[in-house]
Design a binder for this molecule. Structure first.
Ligand code: NAP
Length: 223
């Protein structure tokens, strides 16, 4: 058993489950979800605080939570479809939840050793790369997540000299989140393949990577 510990948030999801499995080759993995013990419900900060209190320090943490659609809300094609409830839900899951994970778990990265906290963002959250429009709530909540990552990375660097906080675009992956929107011709990878690529990226990061927005292949994305 490895003495290195990794925490995967959203480990019940398509990418999260595959990543928890892939990181098992190199780490002792703590897989957290709404159904784990301790559970993490992003809309309930007390669950995040309680999990952080209960768990040991870990040098690798990956947030694989996220929201694109459910029975109530889906990505908007036009401003005519904007709704306060849908926007609020996107921000609750894609921005505020991950920000609270950072609040409670960044302090649990070791200060005297290399450490990584990665959050799965999305290329469509890039403002510079937005060429198609649409998907207002998802795009905006991921852009706001990217700003939280950048801002927290600056604070992190003051005391965690060997740590990197990054936003990672996983590419298009065949999961419940992407399935209704995968189009012919789009390169959709199985979660196991994506997880191997993301794990390789995470293990290659160091303090020089802090505050970056990276694609799964290690290339830099524009904010
Ligand atoms: N798949 C893609 O093509 C793609 C592309 C770009 C970016 N991404 C990003 O990659 C990440 C993972 O996506 P995925 O494709 O693996 O999606 P997924 O299979 O739908 O997994 C999403 C995860 O988020 C968790 N989650 C949702 N609401 C939550 C809440 N209120 N509290 C706690 N956990 C909650 C889900 O937990 P439950 O299991 O409990 O429902 C699930 O584990 C997301 O941030 C997504 O935006 C994915």
């Amino acid at each position: 058993m490895s003495d290195k510990t990794a925490i995967v948030f959203g480990a019940g999801g398509g990418i999260g489950a595959a990543l928890a499995e892939a990181l098992g080759d190199t780490h002792r993995v703590i897989a957290l979800s709404r159904r784990s013990d301790p559970p993490i419900e992003l809309t309930d900060e007390a669950t995040i605080a309680a999990a952080a209190d209960a768990l040991p320090e870990a040098a690798l943490m990956v947030d694989c939570t996220g929201f694109l659609h459910d029975d109530r809300f889906g990505p908007e094609k036009s401003w005519k479809q904007l709704s306060a409830d849908s926007l609020a839900h996107n921000f609750a899951i894609n921005t505020i939840g991950p920000a609270l994970l950072m609040k409670h778990f960044l302090p649990k990265l070791p200060r005297d050793a290399p450490a990584v906290f990665a959050t799965l963002s999305a290329k469509v959250g890039s403002i510079a790369d937005n060429g198609y429009g649409g998907w207002y709530g998802y795009r905006a909540s991921k852009a706001a997540l990217n700003q939280i990552v950048k801002t927290a990375s600056i604070e992190l660097a003051r005391k965690w000299k060997q740590a990197a906080l990054v936003a990672v675009h996983p590419g298009t992956v065949d999961t419940p989140l992407s399935q209704p929107f995968s189009k012919a011709g789009l390169s959709v990878r199985p979660p196991e393949e994506a997880a191997r690529e993301i794990a390789r990226l995470l293990l290659s990061l160091d303090a020089g990577s802090n505050g970056r927005f990276l694609s799964y292949d290690g290339s830099e994305l524009p904010w």
